[in-house]
Design a protein around this ligand. Structure first.
Ligand code: NAD
Ligand code: TYD
Length: 353
């Protein structure tokens, strides 16, 4: 019986990951530690309320006293660190919280896990592992050609990606210095249910349903490499089980789309399925994001070859499943797009309503 400490498990990917684990394995225990910031929502896991092998703890990964208590009271086998401030635009507005959570919080988790897992100098209890959930954004930006491999030098541009790269370097340093058991995963952009509607896909769906303007930054030709969230979860699961200690694994499914291409696809589907008044006229080009990375694209060869990982969802199926989910959960989408964020967004990119 393995016990997972999943941090940030009330957010988009963390909650999907917990659901994935609870649906896949019966003989595990999960502790979800989440601060419940604006991005955390316990509704995401309502189906698992009352499960005996799942426990939620509200708290901050920077809280050493709480972390010590969790490790003292539970035999933690895996730490899977999803907890983060995750939105590039917010990091441009206020970088400090990104360093506090993404960098200092990760260091605090590393220190605590090391303290409880260490048997002797450079020796740890067998089977323990710290998994850092990172992002392709740490590699910076590509031109039209090429892919990010695990050897691509880190070259982050936004305060968000700089904070994630810093955390990655700390995690790697714990392996290099103390032989502390770690893996780092670097995934491309995720899409799927429960993504906070500040991010492109749920934001566009929300605006379409409300027949409000869809703000596209710059010329709309920036490229992102999209992966259905469940495929990210299955990759992390494999890395936990079979990843070689100290290694980094890129995760991606070769699904590059320009932002405008993606938005047109969403509009096209909603136009046919929901309302013909949802059309391209809703698109509004707004000023570009500062330091906007042009293109991300992952080379997933290593995880495919070493761990036999393969994504299950083609983009065409995943995106329809995703749009349908938001259509069925439009109240959820509306409820969490708070006034504070709308004001912030309006200041930077224009009115959302
Ligand atoms: P999210 O913003 O939806 O969720 C983050 C969660 O972390 C929230 O539940 C929040 O309450 C929690 N949290 C924030 N600060 C905390 C703290 N100090 N202590 C405890 N909990 C805290 O983010 P997401 O999109 O689910 O991303 C999860 C992780 O995956 C992040 O580390 C992100 O860098 C990484 N990632 C995201 C993507 C993507 O496309 N969303 C792609 C690759 C990697
Ligand atoms: P986002 O979902 O914020 O993810 P990331 O910046 O981490 O890749 O944005 C995805 C892309 O969409 C990015 O190129 C910025 C762009 N974008 C818009 O054009 N308009 C928007 O309203 C948002 C939120 C993003």
């Amino acid at each position: 019986m393995k016990t997972y400490l999943v941090t940030g498990g009330a957010g988009f990917i963390g909650s999907n990951f917990i659901a994935f684990l609870l649906d896949t394995y019966k003989d595990i225990k999960i502790i979800n530690l989440d601060k419940l910031t604006y991005a955390g929502n316990l509704e995401n896991l309502i189906n698992y309320d009352g499960f005996e092998n799942y426990k939620f703890i509200k708290g901050d990964i920077n809280d050493s006293v709480l972390l010590n208590e969790i490790f003292e009271n539970n035999e933690i086998d895996y730490v899977v660190n999803f907890a983060a401030e995750s939105h590039v635009d917010r990091s441009i507005e206020n970088p400090s919280i990104f360093v506090e959570t993404n960098v200092l919080g990760t260091l605090n988790l590393l220190n605590t896990a090391k303290k409880f897992w260490q048997k002797a100098e450079d020796i740890y209890i067998e089977g323990k592992k710290f998994i850092q959930i990172s992002t392709d954004e740490v590699y910076g930006s590509l031109s039209n050609e090429g892919y990010f491999t695990e050897e691509t030098p880190l070259d982050p541009h936004s305060p968000y990606s700089a904070s994630k790269a810093s955390a990655d370097l700390l995690v790697q340093s714990f392996f290099d210095t103390y032989k502390f058991p770690v893996n780092i995963t670097r995934c491309s952009n995720n899409y799927g249910p429960f993504q906070f509607p500040e991010k492109l896909i749920p934001l566009v769906i929300h605006q379409c349903i409300e027949k409000k303007q869809i703000p596209i930054y710059g010329d709309g030709l920036n490229v992102r490499d999209w992966l259905f969230v469940e495929d990210h979860c299955s990759a992390v699961d494999l890395v936990i089980k079979n990843g070689q200690l100290g290694e980094v694994y890129n995760i991606g499914g070769h699904n590059e789309k320009t932002n405008i291409g993606l938005v047109n696809k969403i509009i096209g589907y909603l136009n046919e399925e929901v309302d013909e008044n949802i059309n391209k006229e809703l698109i509004t080009f707004v000023k570009d994001r500062k330091g906007h990375d042009r293109r991300y694209a992952i080379d997933p060869t290593k995880i495919e070859k070493e761990l036999q990982w393969k994504p299950k969802y083609h983009f065409e199926t995943g995106i329809i499943k995703t749009i349908d989910w938001y259509l069925d959960n439009s109240e959820w989408l509306n409820n969490i797009l708070d006034d504070e964020y709308k004001k912030y967004y309006q200041k930077n990119y224009g009115k959302l309503n």
